[in-house]
Design a protein around this ligand. Structure first.
Ligand SMILES: Nc1ncnc2c1ncn2[C@@H]1O[C@H](COP(=O)(O)OP(=O)(O)OP(=O)(O)O)[C@@H](O)[C@H]1O
Ligand SMILES: [Mg+2]
Length: 265
């Protein structure tokens, strides 16, 4: 087994004349939460889509557990153990918790023309998977649309873990959530890490990123400004590295200036 579950060497991705990623080097370890930081348009989503098999790298190499890989589709990446939970969650609102849990990987019973979805067993597994994430689903046949945002995130994560993901990629999982639900999702991330998975997390919230991350990689206009262990950077450093730290300082100064002008007017 390689030291890193995922390693990128000089990976670039171009869209026509747009350079979305340039010479990215990145290493991800099992049992670690790796936080991807950067301003809007920095290339974070493009990077995880490259890891997830949505985009092929235009240049550079992608190693999975030490072996070079070229995924032709997201399904290939998923089969290799790389599960991605996108912000817009690929769940079907009117379908049940169980159906969503097993979507694309239906559990069947019987043979030939007698083959059918084994709903009872699937219900039990979905319910147990959710319970392990701290979510009590009373009725697994309830439509997913009736669940809260945090619960849906947890379902997507529970599903990934159940199907044997080694790497869990989360693109802004807490962006649309309140305090309590965000905490729930972050706890699930901590659980995934404790189970030995590698988690790659994108978030704009320093209060979410800092306590849970082991390592940070900072992207800026498609380029990596480096990876840092948590012991090497303070919370303030991370805040500075996140979306527009400098701009925020300037804005604060400007607002202070306005209030001074107001006071003298
Ligand atoms: N399919 C595409 N075709 C053309 N350009 C693209 C495509 N996908 C991304 N880009 C460009 O690549 C750059 C990086 O975009 P990306 O979505 O990766 O940023 P991001 O860091 O995820 O930003 P945000 O924080 O706003 O989600 C942007 O300039 C974007 O316009
Ligand atoms: Mg994005």
């Amino acid at each position: 087994m390689s030291e890193f579950i995922i390693e990128l060497k000089n990976v670039s991705r171009f869209f026509g004349s747009v350079i979305a990623l340039k010479d990215i080097n990145m290493q991800v370890k099992l049992g670690e939460v790796h936080c991807l930081l950067g301003d809007n348009g920095a290339g974070k989503s493009t990077l995880i889509k490259t890891l997830a098999g949505v985009h092929a790298p235009s240049e550079g190499e992608y190693y999975l557990d030490g072996k070079p890989v070229v995924f032709k589709s997201p399904v290939e990446a998923l089969d290799a153990g790389i599960a991605t939970v996108y912000q817009d969650l690929a769940l079907v609102p009117l379908m049940s918790v169980t159906r969503n849990f097993f979507m694309g990987r239906e559990l069947t019973t019987g043979r030939g023309i007698f083959k059918r979805f084994d709903l009872e067993k699937a219900n039990r597994i979905a319910q147990a998977g959710m319970a392990e994430m701290g979510i009590n689903v009373r009725d697994p046949s309830q439509a997913i649309g009736t669940m809260s945002g945090g619960e849906k995130q947890c379902l997507a994560i529970a599903r990934a873990i159940h199907f044997g993901a080694k790497v869990l990629i989360l693109d802004e999982p807490t962006a649309a959530l309140g305090v309590k639900q965000s905490a729930n999702v972050l706890k699930v991330v901590a659980k995934a890490k404790a189970r030995g998975l590698a988690v790659i997390l994108i978030t704009h919230n320093v209060h979410h990123a800092y306590p849970i991350a082991d390592r940070f990689t900072l992207l800026n206009r498609g380029q990596s400004l480096g990876s840092f262990l948590k012991s090497e950077v303070s919370r303030e450093d991370v805040l500075e590295m996140m979306a527009g730290g400098q701009e925020l300082d300037e804005l604060t100064a400007e607002l202070e200036e306005f209030s001074r002008l107001d006071a003298t007017a």
